[in-house]
Write a protein that binds this ligand. Sequence first.
Ligand SMILES: NC(=O)CCC(=O)C(=O)O
Length: 278
Amino acid sequence: MAPALKVALLQLGGFPTKQEAITNAINQIRIAAKNKGAKLVILPECWNSTYCTKEFPRSAEQIPNGETSKALSKVAGELGITLIGGTYPEIDAGKLYNTCPVWGPKGEFLGKYRKMHLFDMDIPGRCTFKESSVLTPGNEFLTFNVGDTKVGVGICYDQRFPEFAAVYRKRNCDLLVFPSAFDTFTGPMHFELIAQARALDNGMFVALCAPARDTSKDYVAYGYSTVSDPWGRVLSRAKEGPEMLVVDLDMGLRDSIRRQIPTQEQKRTDVYEVVCKI
Ligand SMILES: NC(=O)CCC(=O)C(=O)O
């Protein structure tokens, strides 16, 4: 049987400057790989700048040629790990994206995923955000392998769309990763529930990696990074502050639910179907 994949989710704290955020992330990545033995390390959404539409143009970089990308590529290669670089704002041909880059164990660039469903939500008095006022949505999926494990990537609000996760299941993914930064109103109601639902719907592991809560910010992220197993059970959950989750993903759990409750084969595709148009 294939050995479990050891994965680390870094629930990083905020820092006043991008350089300090990068230095802290690199230190935490080293601890995850060297001290905890993680082979796949995941960073949160918008971890190196403030999560704010006004801030996106100021902090945007080219990906993979900007300073954050270069630092992440170097540390992935040095440690021989796969690194999901969370997200940071990307500038490309005059357009801004909320982008998640990925590097392999030789520091090679495996690809980038641009947030497809922008976070436009209006809950009066609670949370109003409009990413589409400055960002352009992406329209491509991203998959890659860590050994035998096939991984798919989405970003935060994307997790609310069951059809999006279903496309990754159709592409035979075993693990879905969402760098995330849920807000503190919807977070307690939906964050863990969605992780469990997407995991169970698709017989996959789902990992949501959030930044630590920082109440001094305009947008206060919920925290509570979490990992659900393919049976829809929470394997691990963080609290509000900076924290590292380290989990072993046992693919035997994926195999058992797919064999014992084979919903994928039981879908009535003669009646309904999820269609991917790209
Ligand atoms: N960063 C995001 O996409 C936030 C999504 C969120 O808070 C939600 O409730 O959905």
